[in-house]
Design a protein. Structure first.
Length: 312
């Protein structure tokens, strides 16, 4: 949760005054996958040999190919995160992503053929409602901060704008849901007997290929690795983004291996609440009645779900 909260703040902090990026964001995502790959190889080789890793890759080439599905979805998700954070402030961005809660429940139920109980569905819906209540203005003050748009085609409505970015958020939400559940399916299904670090190697190798493909489609594959382009990437604030996101990827694989994607979604949803509390403690930003109600609803949803968890 801390890493996810940091990611939104770090990405926003790396933007220029007009919410643009002075670096190629696809290159940053690609290099992040390289960091994840190196970390996974190091962890695996700590207890195994390099030849053993090569043999694992050869013996599980089918699983390597299957990982192209979540790798491509995560590739879209990570790149859209930069696009959407340039249009929305972090709080609004996390709010809109909470619609993945119910979608994840549906996908989980279909893919794993495990019907969610009425209490489980109620907890998912309450969680989503709690995140929405957080943004309802009950005091006459505007609690939603959205970056102003210079695009005349953008419609300003009740604090946030209706634009192509809402479509991007929706696509990012679907990518998050399907990638998370399908990744869990591989970790516990076809790849259940494969070392978790080898599975991570598969994921990150495929992700590097996918991001390289995006650069190629943009016509930036070679330009992105010139001295000037890399110089704009290797700044402290951008390097922090890469390592923070790399840590998110590594930890998520352990989370999905031992728990499940619905619990991961709950953890992600709580980011919104902790962001409000931390901003109050650190920066003195007031907590309004809607925040208190939202925290109460989300807390009850978590308790309700913990009493009726999805069986492993």
């Amino acid at each position: 949760m801390v890493l996810f909260i940091n990611q939104g703040i770090f990405v926003t902090a790396s933007q220029s005054s007009n919410s643009a990026y002075s670096y190629n964001t696809v290159t940053v995502v690609l290099l992040t996958e390289v960091v994840k790959l190196v970390v996974s190889i190091v962890f695996y080789c700590k207890d195994n040999s390099v030849s053993s890793l090569v043999k694992e890759v050869q013996n599980n080439s089918r699983v390597l190919l299957l990982y192209f599905v979540p790798a491509f979805l995560y590739c879209l998700y990570n790149n859209l995160a930069f696009v959407n954070l340039s249009a929305f402030d972090p709080t609004t961005y996390y709010l809109l992503l909470q619609f993945r809660v119910v979608v994840t429940g549906i996908v989980f139920q279909i893919l794993f053929k495990k019907k969610l109980s009425s209490k489980q569905w109620l907890s998912l819906i309450l969680l989503t409602a709690g995140c929405m209540i957080k943004q309802i203005d009950l005091t006459g003050s505007n609690t939603i901060t959205v970056k102003p748009s210079e695009d005349p085609a953008v419609i300003e409505t009740q604090g946030f704008h209706l634009s192509i970015n809402l479509v991007f958020i929706f696509v990012q939400t679907l990518c998050s849901c399907f990638a998370g559940v399908y990744n869990e399916y591989l970790l516990k299904g076809d790849g259940a007997d494969v070392n978790i670090f080898v599975q991570n190697v598969f994921m990150y190798l495929d992700s590097i290929v996918c991001n390289a493909g995006i650069l190629l489609c943009q016509g930036n594959l070679f330009v992105a690795f010139t001295r000037d382009a890399l110089g704009s990437v290797f700044q402290f604030k951008v390097i922090i983004i890469m390592f923070n996101n790399a840590a998110i990827g590594i930890i998520t694989s352990f989370f999905l291996k031992n728990l499940n994607s619905i619990l991961k979604t709950f953890a992600s949803a709580l980011e919104l609440m902790f962001t409000a509390i931390l901003c109050w403690i650190l920066f003195g930003i007031p907590i309004y009645i809607n925040t208190i109600i939202a925290i109460s609803v989300v807390s009850y949803a978590v308790v309700l779900y913990s009493q009726n968890p999805v069986q492993q």
